[in-house]
Design a protein around this ligand. Structure first.
Ligand code: NDP
Length: 313
């Protein structure tokens, strides 16, 4: 099989590349924005026409953490709507019948009817106002895939991961997700021997974190499980932890005295909780083992130090 991985230069794409040796019978092609701008319909159609792909793993997106979402909501909505629209049209036109499409747990309602949330609750009520541009574009991707599946019998499966972290992450402090942002800021603070470290928010929000390599393995497992023709979305997540506890672990990993940490309550917390359930995932694939957060963060930090010069930062 020839498999197109859009977003191939990103964190998840690079983690798929890292483990692709386990699937040598397949050929993986990794697309970045330098190969093709997926917001451009003409470029996208040409790329797919030339590529003759069998399957797709669609990762490409305009992605970012809380503060990028708050500042760039319009662009994130517009880019992601265009990318998804073009990619789906090209998949259908050039006969890609099966693929994985990636949503995000931040698309879930701000005020859900229950916790943990499951796959039936995606469209229940509006997402948190801090990330509505990104979240609504991702919700539309779920709706678009469902319509193609119903009308054309395609198998476009939406996975819904929680916060991802790991090697190849984006460490740009102004736009990255919580773990790479904290890791980079704490690391710079340690190098500059700071007396105190300013952490945004109260530290009270709860979050679920998943190691990107774990997610890459799960994507391939679901993609190649061709006996499974359930195309309904599926949450991919791990346990929940308070941001304060995450910061404590990061202090241990980086080697920082926890007493130097101060929480800046004037900065936004984002949503307090968005707990989702992995019941469906574990019923289908009971043997999945999630990487422990301590171990994952240690591996990530070692990689971060080793590759500092070439990081996205
Ligand atoms: P990254 O930000 O690391 O990578 C984004 C990728 O998308 C890059 O390869 C980038 O290419 C590509 N891309 C962006 N715009 C375009 C474009 N116009 N045309 C072509 N390619 C483009 O993302 P992640 O690997 O972290 O995320 C992968 C998927 O998982 C995304 O769909 C994201 O929404 C989802 N997700 C991520 C989470 C996380 O915590 N990271 C959490 C939940 C979901 P280039 O390098 O050339 O810019």
């Amino acid at each position: 099989m020839k498999i197109l991985v859009t977003g191939g230069s990103g964190m998840v794409g690079q983690n798929i590349k890292y483990i692709e040796d386990k699937h040598r019978e397949h050929k993986f092609v990794y697309l970045s924005s330098k190969d093709c701008d997926l917001t451009n319909r003409y470029e996208t159609m040409c790329y797919f026409q030339n590529g003759k792909f069998d399957f797709i793993i669609h990762l490409a997106a305009n992605v970012g953490g809380l503060y990028k979402n708050m500042n760039q909501g319009i662009k994130m909505f517009s880019d992601n709507i265009k990318i998804n629209e073009n990619v789906l049209e090209a998949c259908y036109t050039y006969n890609i019948e099966r693929g994985i499409f990636v949503l995000s747990s931040c698309i879930y309602p701000e005020n859900p009817s229950k916790f943990p949330m499951d796959e039936t609750m995606i469209h229940e009520s509006p997402p948190h106002r801090s990330n509505q541009g990104y979240a609504y574009a991702k919700r539309m991707l779920e709706m678009q895939c469902r319509q193609y599946n119903e009308k054309y019998n395609t198998e476009y499966i939406c996975l819904i991961p929680v916060n991802l972290y790991g090697k190849y992450d984006n460490f740009k402090i102004t736009e990255s997700h919580v773990i790479p942002e904290l890791m980079h800021r704490l690391h710079l603070g340690k190098i500059n021997d700071l007396d105190k470290y300013d952490i945004y928010g109260t530290g009270e929000p709860l979050r679920q974190f998943l190691y990107a390599e774990n997610f890459a393995e799960i994507i391939l497992k679901v993609l190649f499980d061709t006996n499974n023709n359930d195309t309904e979305p599926m949450v991919v997540c791990n346990d929940e932890i308070k941001i304060k506890n995450l910061v404590d672990i990061l202090c241990d990993v980086i080697g920082i005295n926890k007493e130097k940490i101060e929480y800046n309550k004037n900065k936004s917390n984002g949503i307090m909780r968005k707990t989702v359930s992995n019941k469906k995932l574990l019923e289908k694939y009971p043997n999945i083992v999630f990487k422990d957060l301590n171990i994952g963060l240690n591996e990530m930090y070692n990689w971060f130090i080793k590759n500092y010069i070439n990081l996205r930062k």
